[in-house]
Write a protein of this length. Structure first.
Lengths: 112, 113
């Protein structure tokens, strides 16, 4: 069974540009989550989808971040415009029930 | 105060040693508990869930004390391949079906030959 996949694996953009990250969850997993790790900090929750509905977006830092999950399959996370402090590793995770979450390899975002 | 506190280490132990990691959490809404391991520049991988009755998976034993809000992980007969960062993670129900994982900062383990 394929795991969670994320694209791209790395992205380097300039401040003010836009970047879109993609996550494909494990097939059949209704729950999809985004997390972020910035340098030197622990992994932090961003938001949780159940199918196409946002259940909890309390961790989204500000309105420069937009997450979508049209059709309840893959999800995108757009950062527009990117700022220096957005640099970090963005992880996506999925789960079948509400408990055990499985992580993708992450997208390493560098904003210069 | 962090919601999940772990000793950052590093723990450097010889092969075959037994090592224990501890973790405390502060949010009483925490519903489920996990240990993840993370290798350098990789994603967190679920190692095991943690139950109040305690649970064992081979060389790994996890325990949960809800009254003390304390979680532990014991690794017996350490192998070189156990070298990684071990993340204490709690799953918090925020509302309805909404869930989020809260991570500790991790404990770094190096098993030496």
């Amino acid at each position: 069974e394929a795991g969670v996949t994320q694209f791209p694996s790395h992205s380097v953009i300039e401040k003010g540009q836009t970047v879109t990250l993609r996550c494909d969850p494990i097939s059949g997993h209704d729950n999809l989550y985004w997390y972020r790790r910035v340098m030197g900090k622990e992994i932090k929750f961003l938001l949780h989808f159940v199918k196409e509905s946002k259940q909890d977006e309390s961790g989204m830092p500000n309105n420069r971040f937009l997450a979508e999950r049209t059709g309840g399959t893959y999800s995108t996370l757009k950062v527009q415009p990117a700022e220096l402090e957005d640099s970090g590793v963005y992880f996506c995770a999925s789960s079948q029930d509400a408990y055990e979450q499985y992580f993708g390899p992450g997208t390493r975002l560098t904003v210069t | 105060r962090k919601e999940v506190e772990q000793d950052p280490g590093p723990f450097n132990v010889p092969e075959g040693a037994t090592v224990a990691f501890n973790c405390t959490y502060s949010n009483s809404a925490s519903q489920s508990f996990f240990w993840y391991r993370q290798d350098c520049r990789k994603e967190p991988k679920l190692l095991m869930s943690v139950y109040s009755s305690g649970n064992e998976d081979g060389r790994f034993t996890a325990q949960l004390n809800r009254a003390s809000q304390y979680i532990s992980l014991l690794i017996r007969d350490s192998k070189l391949s156990d070298s990684a960062t071990y993340l204490c993670v709690v799953n918090i129900r925020t509302s309805g079906s909404a869930r989020q994982l809260t991570f500790g900062s991790g404990t770094q383990l190096t098993v030496l030959p």
